[in-house]
Ligand binder design. Structure first.
Ligand SMILES: [Zn+2]
Length: 238
């Protein structure tokens, strides 16, 4: 029992194959020493479902895995301003390979554009989600290098709105079909699917598989349910 539990926790958090999401959870305030407690946060609020998700009807009547999605102190990690701005940078010095890397990543994440509107931007400063061709750092005590990582941070924008943004690191070691698979999966986290599917046929399955699947109806059913939930993100801080 105990060993099973350890393995489960290990699988869930550390064996992700291509995705272990470590939460970087900082508030960036003008006075960095200000402690933020939950009563300083805006109340939970729901937003109208984006039209792209209203339109989505599952032809196969499949279920979802909302129960695997983690709720944060700020509620669900929901975007309420569209299009979501995405910046993709390649750190590879070889120009043609770098261009190919960016194209592969953009093509892969663009598959989500059907469900939530995206915009690729050249300026990382204004991006909601930034993607880098960079190996995720090793974590203390872990010898196994991870191939991808997604983390988010919370901040107060210039209008006093509680906002979030994401950084995705994709290892340059990811090649062939695994690069788009990793990009597609990590981007699903950044759209708010903060958890993993237990089924191999879903993009958000916790481990890398030999034949990476396209975005499944279960992935979209889950995304749609998330966007019907509540969040503190997007509201003015008290
Ligand atoms: Zn993941």
């Amino acid at each position: 029992m105990f060993v099973n539990r350890i393995i489960l926790i290990y699988l869930r958090f550390f064996f992700c194959g291509f995705a272990i999401w470590m939460v970087a959870f900082y508030f960036l305030f003008s006075t960095p020493t200000t402690a933020v407690t939950s009563q300083d946060l805006p109340p939970l609020k729901s937003y109208p479902l984006p039209a792209t998700l209203v339109q989505w009807q599952d032809p196969s009547n499949n279920d979802d895995y909302l129960d695997q999605v983690e709720v944060q102190d700020v509620g669900y990690l929901i975007w309420s301003e569209f299009p979501i701005k995405v910046y993709v940078e390649s750190s590879n010095n070889d120009e043609s390979r770098s261009g190919q890397w960016v194209k592969t990543v953009v093509d892969a994440i663009w598959e989500w554009n059907t469900y939530l509107p995206l915009q690729v931007v050249d300026n990382p400063e204004i991006a909601d989600i930034k993607i880098f061709n960079k190996r995720p750092p090793l974590r203390p005590g872990k010898l196994r290098a991870r191939s991808a990582e997604t983390r988010y941070q919370l901040y107060q924008d210039e209008n006093g709105i509680l906002s979030h943004n994401f950084v995705i690191l994709l290892s340059p070691m990811q090649v062939g079909k695994y690069l788009p698979a990793a990009a597609r999966h990590e981007f699903g986290h950044a759209l708010g699917i903060w958890g993993h599917s237990p089924e191999k046929t879903d993009v958000m399955y916790y481990s890398q598989v030999a034949e990476p699947p396209p975005i499944s109806s279960r992935d979209i059913n889950t995304l749609k349910k998330i966007y019907l939930q509540t969040t503190r993100i997007g509201s003015k801080l008290p």
